[in-house]
Design a protein around this ligand. Structure first.
Ligand code: ISJ
Length: 103
């Protein structure tokens, strides 16, 4: 038990925390499903790049994607720094995935 907090109060906090965690788990599942959908498109892009001899890294597109998700974060009340960092990681991972397959 935390000092100065009644057992009842603490038990209530744990119940609310559990409910919040169920919400987080549900949202995480949705994010993973969306990542799977994004990844399926990346696989199509990869085949196109192979056929057309295009490179994995297309910097103009990277800049566009980052700018778009940042704008979306601001209008959706998500922290733009978090969104930009996540997308830079996602895009870098994707470029490395493509590079490994384009040779
Ligand atoms: C998917 C692409 O390849 C790379 C990955 C990107 C992404 O994950 O959004 C964006 C730019 C590319 O360098 C693409 O060119 O569209």
């Amino acid at each position: 038990m935390v000092e100065g907090v009644s057992e009842e109060h603490e038990a209530a906090a744990w119940r609310v925390l559990k409910e919040a965690r169920v919400e987080i788990d549900t949202i995480d599942a949705q994010i993973v499903d969306l990542l799977a959908a994004r990844f399926a498109v990346v696989e199509r892009v990869l085949e196109l790049k192979k056929e057309a001899g295009l490179p994995a890294l297309l910097q103009d597109r990277v800049d566009d994607v980052v700018a778009r998700v940042r704008e979306r974060a601001v209008s959706s009340d998500a922290p733009p720094e978090l969104v930009e960092a996540l997308w830079r990681f996602l895009i870098q991972w994707t470029i490395e995935y493509e590079e490994a397959r384009l040779g």
